[in-house]
Design a protein around this ligand. Structure first.
Ligand code: PA5
Length: 462
């Protein structure tokens, strides 16, 4: 169950220069927030609004299809290899890291309940790709290639390499080792899948990459490694129902969206730090960084005005980054809003042995590592307050599918509401497309000749 605490952004806690009068702001914005929530919910089924992700908590058919396929291929593969980038990889990586046993790929078959290992390739470093393909037994590897557009150069070039190696080892039989997740009709991967006869899953219409983790993009890899996707989706659904509440006082996504918006526009705090106190949640920050950056960093508002806005997201990890970033957060520019994620109950309680009793570290003996991480999180929060730095806390009971379904979905809705407050298009990414197109041009893709010429001229004058 997800809880949200925002008292450390208020004037009464961090002073009027840096804090907000939340009571007043909630009153001022209550109508606007109610309008935004109503609009998002009423527009979500209209084609072209890119809001179909708001229906993914209700997509029982995909859950069923994914589970059926996972059951069918169970015990056939030792490894799952996911190829994808950006929104096609980050959610999957974040939730696998969170929900699988730590060091999953190092565990024995028995420790993994005979479920496969899972590897994500989300970059095009030749050494990394080659290194991984050299150690994987491809005959025993199921390759899940994920790209909504079906043409992303990074993913498709990886796939071309993997496909050739698979075919060299398995001949025509290689097809059984490929499952593609892509658009239902459009794109090159769809065309190739039809021609080659791959098993496919669909990235639904009007679901952008960074909002796609609860579609087959995430659900398929999760089901293949035994993550309880029904619990995950139940968390999404319950959070969706809670966030339909149009009263800002009872809608935590609206509260955090408004807090971020006001901290940026009124208090000059345009950096949003995501800092979970749990190593399992480390990559939730990477996922959040993409969600926040691609959704809210825009140069035009919905009325066509030039705005160049967007709070900059930063990833951090507690307690590790207390020894790296916290000095800056406490004493550097007061331009950040810190989002802590806390876990009430870890799976393990780990006692620190009572040794070295008569030394300066004797005080640690007999306590638990759990006590220590909690004490560190509380101390960091209090120190931030001393320095009048705003922070909010999202708390989950446990790192489990249900709670993470709630957390991730809440952050998606928060982003959509923040986009409406900034009056920008949350769901496009022209800045990403621009660089993608230049890459196509440079690599000689047909149809991009004009861009290639323009690009060469620009590169010549650099
Ligand atoms: O969020 C997004 O839309 C992007 O990050 C995409 O997910 C990323 O560019 C990969 O695109 P595709 O899934 O088409 O390969």
């Amino acid at each position: 169950m997800l809880e949200f605490n925002c008292k450390n952004v208020t004037e009464s806690v961090i002073g009027s220069e840096n804090g907000l009068n939340l009571e007043e702001e909630f009153n001022n914005y209550s109508d606007k927030i109610a309008r935004i929530i109503n609009e998002l919910n009423s527009k979500k089924d209209k084609p072209g609004q890119w809001l179909q992700w708001m229906n993914l908590g209700y997509n029982e058919e995909t859950v069923w299809l994914v589970k059926e396929y996972a059951a069918m291929v169970q015990n056939q593969f030792d490894n799952i290899l996911v190829l994808g980038i950006g929104g096609s990889a980050l959610g999957g990586m974040a939730l696998c890291e969170a929900l699988l046993k730590p060091y999953w790929n190092l565990l024995s078959n028995e420790q993994r309940n005979n479920l496969p290992k899972i590897f994500f390739l989300d970059n095009i470093d030749p050494d990394q790709i080659n290194g991984l393909l050299d150690i994987l037994d491809l005959k025993k590897t199921l390759v899940n290639v994920i790209t909504k557009s079906g043409s992303t150069a990074e993913t498709m070039s990886q796939f071309m390499i993997v496909k050739s190696r698979l075919e060299a080892e398995l001949g025509d039989e290689y097809r059984k080792n490929v499952v593609a997740t892509t658009d239902k009709n459009a794109g090159i991967l769809r065309q190739i899948s039809n021609e080659e006869g791959y098993k496919t899953f669909v990235v639904p219409d009007d679901v952008g990459g960074r909002f796609s983790v609860f579609s087959a993009v995430g659900l398929l890899p999760f089901a293949l490694v035994g993550i309880d996707i029904e619990e995950l989706i139940q968390g999404v659904k319950d959070m969706d129902l809670a966030l339909k509440n149009t009263d800002i006082r009872h809608n935590i996504a609206a509260q955090n969206a408004l807090i971020h918006y006001l901290m940026d526009t009124k208090k000059g705090k345009n950096l949003s730090v995501m800092m979970p106190y749990s190593s399992k949640l480390k990559y939730i920050s990477d996922w959040y960084v993409q969600l926040w950056a691609e959704s809210l960093g825009k140069n035009k508002d919905n009325d066509g005005n030039s705005v160049n806005i967007g709070p900059t997201p930063i990833k951090a990890l507690g307690a590790t980054d207390q020894h790296s970033q916290i000095q800056l957060y406490n004493e550097g520019p007061n331009d950040k809003l810190i989002n802590f994620i806390r876990v009430k109950q870890f799976d393990t309680t780990l006692e620190i042995p009572k040794i070295f009793e008569f030394t300066g570290i004797g005080y640690l003996g007999g306590k638990t590592i759990n006590d220590l991480i909690n004490a560190e999180a509380e101390s960091t929060k209090v120190a931030l307050i001393d320095y009048q730095r705003p922070n909010v806390t999202l708390t989950i009971d446990r790192v489990c599918p249900y709670d993470l379904g709630q957390l991730i979905y809440m952050l998606e809705v928060q982003t959509a509401i923040a986009g409406e407050l900034y009056n920008i298009n949350t769901f496009n990414q022209p800045g990403v497309e621009q660089a993608k197109n230049y890459t196509y041009a440079l690599m000689g893709r047909a149809g991009y000749e004009d861009s290639a010429n323009a690009l060469r001229e620009k590169m010549a004058i650099q």
